[in-house]
Ligand binder design. Sequence first.
Ligand code: ADP
Ligand code: ADP
Length: 236
Amino acid sequence: MEIQFRNIGKVWPDGTTALREVDLTVPAGQFCVLLGHSGAGKSTLLRCVNGLEVPTSGQVRIDGQPVGKTSLPALRRRIAMVHQHFGLVPRASGAANVMAGAVSVLPLWRVLTGVYPAATKRKVCDLLKAVGLDEAHLRRRAEQLSGGQQQRLGLARAFMLDPVVILADEPVASLDPALGREVLELLKAQARERGATVLCSLHQLDLARAFADRIVALHRGRVIFDGPPEALNARD
Ligand code: ADP
Ligand code: ADP
């Protein structure tokens, strides 16, 4: 799905401006990196897509539909988020954490009783293989896994929804560079192989250059560069 940011502004109640006049259209299937230092506004912009934040001005549209109270419940079933600190339930098993990714599309009674359909369980196993984990990882508690394994679980949970939009907020900031690259590779595959629109914030220029289809650099809430990685090289 196409994500359109139309003249987005965000001012916090304390007067801090997080975003200024952000105008962007991110087409379906693009791996778009939001690049910027801490505080640049990356996280706020990502969170405006799934309604975790509401812009002070402007509008976000997904496939032309304005993000708002009416559209959000349906959109949230197709939009997944990946977090810097993985966002797992530490004491729950890997399996329970991945299964939680399907919660918004399963009936409440299944979630409450933990009785999941066989197809859902199969999907968990398939996704686990896809991200390089196995069933032993599923049985262990999330907190017993390494950082890299936890972020793989985070990805598997996000992919449970068959997301058409993936919002990845500094997904590799807590990982060493080699693991970070593997995680970015998995995210990029979602764009390339499934046509998901992936918006991924990063603060490392080298990683952005290596993986992005497009780099949008933010500085103090403003877009200061928007183009392919090669164009960013040429300017330095
Ligand atoms: P990034 O993700 O690039 O680090 P953020 O979007 O988190 O940037 O933050 C953008 C700006 O908004 C920063 O100045 C930050 O301090 C401020 N900010 C973020 N969240 C809040 C909040 N809930 N209340 C007030 N200011 C905030
Ligand atoms: P509707 O979809 O009901 O017609 P609007 O787009 O007019 O809604 O916005 C209604 C409310 O939805 C606004 O008051 C605002 O609180 C909320 N809203 C608008 N944009 C967003 C957004 N990007 N994220 C979360 N909530 C939003």
